[in-house]
Design a binder for this molecule. Structure first.
Ligand SMILES: CC(C)(COP(=O)(O)OP(=O)(O)OC[C@H]1O[C@@H](n2cnc3c(N)ncnc32)[C@H](O)[C@@H]1OP(=O)(O)O)[C@@H](O)C(=O)NCCC(=O)NCCS
Length: 153
């Protein structure tokens, strides 16, 4: 989809953590029964939850919270978690827009670095947005392959 057209169709808004749960459950927990979709980072001071609204429907979510990274220990760092775009909305620039808005907000607040534990299946997306892959891969508690990823703000 053309980026300028996307701009007219979607809005990025601030949402409550609880509003992210449905997309997190379906996209990141593959609807496992009893999966934990509330993250410890959700309620730390300064946590920011963003959603993309397309035609009054929430189609994407992402959460940002202050958290240091050993890859840039002296930088003021934020962590991205819970990045999820509704399958029917994927590939249209929605994820890029969501991260861009988060980055703008974090810059204004004086953050210098954004990092995440990125699923290996999504590393191509983050690389397209200018993130770097750091260090060796690992499996998270659910056995899913990840790498630490990071970008300057
Ligand atoms: C990964 C995800 C967030 C990407 O969102 P999206 O809205 O589809 O991505 P966009 O359309 O904004 O893509 C931006 C660019 O990244 C590319 N891209 C998107 N997903 C990609 C992938 N998995 N691998 C390689 N490139 C990818 C797009 O082609 C696009 O490239 P362009 O600049 O040439 O146009 C989405 O596919 C998703 O929610 N996946 C399931 C959950 C998940 O894995 N979340 C991330 C956990 S770390």
């Amino acid at each position: 989809m053309d980026e300028s057209l996307l701009g007219e169709l979607v809005r990025v808004i601030e949402i409550e953590a609880v509003t992210t749960y449905d997309l997190r459950r379906r996209l990141l927990r593959e609807s496992w029964a009893g999966a934990q979709v509330a993250f410890p980072e959700d309620d730390v001071p300064g946590a920011l939850h963003l959603g993309v609204i397309d035609d009054d429907v929430l189609v994407a979510v992402a959460s940002f919270s202050p958290e240091a990274t050993p890859y840039r220990p002296t930088a003021r760092a934020a962590k991205l978690r819970g990045m999820a775009v509704e399958p029917t909305a994927q590939g249209a620039g929605v994820g890029r827009r969501l991260v861009d808005v988060g980055v703008q907000r974090l810059r204004v607040e004086g953050f210098e670095v954004l990092w995440a534990n990125g699923r290996d299946t999504a590393l191509g997306f983050y690389r397209r947005l200018g993130w770097r892959v750091m260090g060796a891969g690992f499996r998270n508690a659910n056995g899913i392959p990840h790498h630490v990823i990071m970008r300057e703000l």
